[in-house]
Design a protein. Structure first.
Length: 485
């Protein structure tokens, strides 16, 4: 925190001290909804007897901007951040997350940014407003309209009298001519006789007999142990593009099923197999404390004006999507039945997913270590090859004669290919009818919901660290059977 300057408190601005004292409560209120760089726009006031000291958390040499017109880029960035604060305040007020008094305090802060007392500093390319709220709001002067009629001179009045009398005589003559035409008798006009309108009688319709509905016999609904999955009857390739209904979305706290067991004498060649498709792309680094909208706002802002390392660290603060998914996946691996070999597919870079192969029961520790060590690749090549990942995972499993299972953990849609993942899922369902895909949708993006629907699986939405753990635990229930002792 560095001090930029000092401002004396005079009798003219003493009544604005109360507004400065609200700054830190407003800052605490808005900071969770804005990037850190946005609120660093306002220098932080510290009131000391008869002066106000202004501080900034930004590091670097502060440079005072004397002529605003010479810094259009800096002023554009300043205006953008003021608009972000204004938009966020309106949204919070609409959602009733702030009181009317708090909203007015934010408006007073925004007005203070346009006071005649303000000074603008530049710190590493970022604008900082100093001495805000200590003057009067700058109002553009309104120029009074100039009268279109100039005062007449004596000469013009004399000239007016010369032609005014003939004009009056002409108007009087026109009046008598119009009066004569008005009183002149007009020939009678015989109005044509219209044909009479014959209304035809409307035939009275006999009321239709309404058949009394027979009482419906209510039968008790019996829930089957396993839902029957009907294969889609699609004869032509074009019919696969028809819209499908939404898959079943599981609530954050579904009922935990009791784990069963399978016989102990299992031959190695008959071991069951499953595959975990794990999204390890850059987007998985976003904090779970941020909404999809705030993340998109940060991305849009960064692409236009850039972002500091401090801003980026704030948007990726813990708990983030990747860390929570790693922790939850490592925990559920020990719950997966010991008759199951686990395959791993990671979605890290374009154009294709990476196949890590299968891990046996004695390799569960190695599998957890592999997941724990995964990290998005830097340098702008990170991506989510979702289509490729599902395609490779399905090729690793039977799904025709034996029950097979895929756990898909992702937070977004495929940005490596324009291929239709929903079409791929329907083809897999036709060729591998015993293959089921459960989807853990982190951030509720909904990109892979159709995959769960086509294969008879379920979607588990997760928007917090606790929900990520809970949903992955529930999604893995179909394969948690242990070998009986």
């Amino acid at each position: 925190m560095q001090r930029l300057t000092r401002t004396p408190i005079t009798e003219n601005n003493r009544n604005t001290i109360n507004a400065l004292q609200h700054f830190y409560s407003i800052k605490k209120l808005l900071e969770p909804h804005l990037p850190p760089s946005t609120f660093s726009l306002f220098a932080q006031p510290q009131i000391k007897s008869d002066i106000v000291e202004w501080y900034s958390p930004l590091q670097g040499q502060p440079i005072k901007v004397d002529i605003v017109q010479d810094h259009p880029t800096l002023i554009a960035r300043l205006d953008q951040r003021l608009n972000d604060i204004r938009h966020t305040a309106k949204q919070l007020q609409h959602q009733q997350k702030i009181t009317e008094s708090e909203y007015q305090q934010i408006q007073q802060l925004l007005q203070g940014a346009n006071h005649d007392s303000r000074e603008i500093y530049q710190v590493n390319g970022d604008p900082v407003i100093v001495a805000w709220g200590m003057g009067k709001e700058i109002v553009k002067p309104i120029t009074p309209p100039v009268s279109a009629v100039a005062p007449a001179t004596v000469a013009s009045r004399k000239h007016l009298c010369c032609w005014l009398l003939p004009l009056l005589l002409l108007l009087l003559a026109l009046f008598f001519i119009l009066w004569w035409f008005w009183l002149k008798p007009q020939p009678a006009v015989v109005a044509p006789v219209a044909e009479p309108v014959i209304e035809k009688p409307v035939e009275e319709k006999k009321p239709e007999l309404v058949e009394t509905p027979k009482p419906v016999e209510i039968k008790e609904e019996v829930k089957p142990e396993e839902p029957k999955i009907e294969e889609p009857n699609i004869e032509e390739e074009s019919k696969e593009d028809l819209p499908v209904s939404e898959p079943t979305i599981v609530a954050p706290k579904p009922e935990v099923q009791k784990a069963a067991c399978v016989p102990k004498n299992i031959v190695t060649t008959e071991r069951d197999k499953m595959v975990i498709v794990f999204d390890n792309s850059y987007s998985m680094l976003w904090s779970l404390s941020e909404t999809n909208r705030s993340i998109q706002q940060f991305i849009d802002y960064s692409s236009r004006y850039g972002a500091t390392n401090r801003d980026l660290a704030y948007m990726q603060r813990t708990p983030n999507r990747l860390g929570s998914a790693k922790k939850a996946a490592s925990q559920v691996i020990d719950q997966i039945g010991n008759n199951m070999d686990i395959g791993l597919i990671s979605l890290t870079v374009c154009p294709s997913a990476k196949n890590h192969g299968f891990f046996g029961v004695n390799q569960r520790g190695k599998l957890k270590k592999t997941i724990k060590g995964m990290w998005p690749r830097e340098g702008g090549v990170s991506g989510t090859p979702l289509y490729s990942g599902l395609q490779k995972a399905a090729s690793m499993l039977d799904g025709k004669k034996k029950e097979s299972f895929i756990l898909l953990i992702s937070d977004g849609e495929d940005n490596c290919s324009n291929k239709n993942i929903c079409q791929l899922a329907r083809k897999i369902a036709k060729s591998q009818p015993k293959l089921k895909v459960n989807v853990v949708d982190i951030g509720s993006a909904g990109a892979a919901n159709c995959v769960a629907h086509a294969t008879g699986g379920k979607v588990f939405q997760a928007n917090s660290a606790k929900q990520v753990t809970n949903m992955i635990n529930q999604a893995i229930q179909p394969v948690t059977k242990q070998v009986c002792e």
